[in-house]
Design a protein around this ligand. Structure first.
Ligand SMILES: [Fe+2]
Length: 236
């Protein structure tokens, strides 16, 4: 299995604090059946984790996982917030953040918590025109998508993928996120499932999420989901 959203890089954001915690998270992930992790530190106004730092820290952590014999392969990434259109476009143009995987064919995009950015469709269209697939981080956790799903449906119609969090659909983020996450799966609008793990408590628990996904959507849909996630790192 592959986890496409994980704050496992040590000391860069509100995820893992140090190398020891990162290795502990990797062990949990390995025991869960995960073999590939795309590291996705925050790239926003609070934690501006630049691509060069992501690459540097990734290399260090990979060395440590190899040294400890933990069979996980790391891939670069970021979770990029749409603080504004200018924020996103400017940093994209300058290559400040890392897209997903070494091939960089996808980018993980997050909305602000306080409200939907109406410029998002324009950002999405521009990425798709450039051959890059944007993936929306955990829409089921945002109240504005739950209250008005039209904005979300418009993004999906344009060609944006969604990333639904395993913790949401198993119920760890409350009943609203759980029910909306399950609705997205039912409707065929959950293109990827990931952990968004931050530490050993908010941990990489992908298998539990995939079990729920399969219960709702069926075996064939799960195979397609896993192939879709695999394609993000296979082009690396
Ligand atoms: Fe995240």
């Amino acid at each position: 299995m592959i986890d496409i959203h994980c704050h496992i890089l040590p000391g860069v954001d509100d995820g893992s604090r140090d190398l020891e915690e990162s290795a502990a998270m990797a062990r949990i992930a390995y025991e869960d059946g995960i073999r590939d992790i795309i590291v996705t530190p925050h790239f926003n106004e609070v934690y501006l984790t630049m691509a060069d730092r992501v690459h540097r820290e990734l290399e260090q952590l990979q060395k440590e996982l190899d040294r400890q014999g933990i069979g996980i392969r790391l891939h670069p990434g970021n979770e990029v917030r749409v603080e504004s259109k200018d924020f996103f476009d400017g940093h994209h143009r300058s290559g400040a953040f890392s897209r997903l995987g070494w091939g960089g064919t996808h980018v993980l995009v997050e909305q602000r918590w306080k409200g939907y950015d109406p410029d998002t469709p324009e950002i999405v269209e521009r990425l798709l025109d450039a051959g890059i697939t944007p993936i929306l981080a955990h829409p089921e956790r945002h109240y504005f998508f739950r209250e008005n799903s039209e904005d979300l449906l418009r993004l999906i119609e344009l060609g944006m993928w969604t990333q639904v969090s395993a913790d949401s659909i198993v119920g760890n983020f409350g009943p609203e996120a759980q029910s909306f996450g399950r609705k997205l799966i039912q409707a065929g609008h959950a293109h990827t499932i990931a952990t968004d793990a931050h530490n050993v408590e908010r941990k990489p628990n992908l298998s539990a999420g995939l079990v729920v996904f399969e219960e709702i959507a069926g075996k064939q849909a799960r195979l397609e989901l896993e192939a879709r996630m695999r394609s993000i790192v296979d082009r690396s």
